[in-house]
Design a protein around this ligand. Structure first.
Ligand code: TXA
Ligand code: MG
Length: 351
């Protein structure tokens, strides 16, 4: 039996989180909102508790979890080395949507790190997340609170759909602000390397660190069977909607024409087509099930709408989804990374 508890981010007290903190201290599972996506939390230093996370999500056990902390000093409690770069990044971006990979110390169990010698650490900015970490007195391991392979949850309703009956409590704090998972930067390599793009962009990280690399696989499929991405989670076909998703790139007007043409063809064959449009283009489609993801003038709105639109199309039982593409600069890099993964890298150029 899962308790669902509504909490208003701007108006709550520590007592509202008492029960959730107690569940976590006793080794249970609590889903909670963060500024990026909802997380599924457990005591990250308790082997048994973190194993429950893998069970509830159906997550492969070699895919490590992120430890969430509520103050910078906690870094020294779980990392064996804290390089200068980590301190500078923490100063600039924490609390916030940035995860750092550091060498773990022996307090952190391998069940949390998927057997790795490194550990992923993030201090979230969401008031409920921060207060829950503090109130519990723990380091909270929390992957996104979805069933493995489904789009990450940006609303409590998504978590309820995936995890009701499998976790002890779900805290409903409304819709999240960012909508895509945190940027991950590996600080154990010679040159700091971005393993997963997010709201904190390459440019922002460069401004603090001078040089950063980006894992090549972020915007391209790596067809080498022996290739192992450094973030184990990036190798799975993630964020996948039920329908087959195809992305079209090229001149905007040509893309729209191509999507319309293909949609009409499919419809005559009795295939139900979903279209991912923007505020700017939605009026142009007179066929298919059209949903707008946000405005091209505001990448933040597109990031925030992406996972919800994929889940909505799941509920509508469309057979295929056609999507416009987005510029892959700044936050657009994270948007295209998630969209490409959801499509299994099915990108068609219509230039
Ligand atoms: O925004 C977020 O980061 C959300 C919220 C809840 O904080 N969490 C999240 O967790 O997205 P998850 O488990 O869905 O994604 C964690 C990613 C995975 O791709 C995993 O492989 C990678 O981080 N990761 C974790 N520990 C790692 C490590 N030691 N080395 C390399 N990659 C690691
Ligand atoms: Mg995830």
């Amino acid at each position: 039996n899962t308790i669902v508890k509504k909490i208003n981010e701007d108006n709550f007290t520590d007592t509202d989180l008492c029960e959730a903190a107690k569940i976590l201290r006793e080794g249970g599972l609590v889903a909670f909102p963060t500024e990026t996506v909802y997380g599924l939390g457990a005591n990250g230093l308790d082997e048994k508790a973190s194993k429950k996370i893998y069970e509830a999500k159906g997550r492969p056990s070699d895919n490590p979890l992120i430890l969430h902390i509520a103050d910078v000093d906690s870094l020294y409690e779980i990392a064996s080395e804290v390089p200068e770069s980590a301190k500078r990044l923490a100063d600039e971006f924490w609390p916030g949507p940035l995860t750092m990979i550091l060498k773990k110390n022996n307090k952190v169990p391998y069940s949390t790190t998927g057997g790795l010698e490194s550990v992923a650490i993030r201090m979230p900015e969401h008031k409920i997340a921060l207060a829950l970490i503090k109130e519990s007195g723990l380091y909270i391991a929390a992957p996104s609170a979805n069933t493995s392979g489904k789009p990450s949850p940006t609303k409590a309703e998504h978590v309820i759909k995936d995890l009701n009956g499998k976790v002890d409590m779900i805290i409903d704090g409304g819709k999240v602000g960012i909508g895509l998972e945190s940027t991950i930067i590996d600080l154990t390599s010679k040159v700091p390397t971005i393993l997963r793009p997010g709201y904190i962009t390459e440019e922002m990280l460069n401004n603090v660190l001078g040089t950063v690399d980006t894992d090549k696989a972020i915007l391209k499929e790596n067809k080498d069977k022996n290739y192992k991405p450094k973030a184990p989670g990036m190798k799975y076909k993630h964020y996948a909607p039920k329908a087959n998703l195809t992305i079209f790139e090229g001149n905007e007007a040509t893309v729209i024409d191509e999507i319309i043409k293909r949609t009409m063809e499919k419809q005559t064959q009795g295939v139900k087509v979903g279209i991912i449009a923007t505020d700017e283009s939605k009026e142009k489609y007179q066929c298919g099930v059209v949903k707008t993801i946000g405005s091209r003038k505001n990448n933040k709105s597109i990031a925030r709408g992406l996972y919800e639109i994929l889940r909505d199309f799941d509920d509508l039982d469309v057979d295929v989804i056609y999507s416009e593409s987005f510029l892959d600069n700044n936050l657009g890099q994270a948007i295209m990374n998630r969209l490409l993964k959801a499509s299994g890298y099915d990108l068609i150029n219509v230039r």
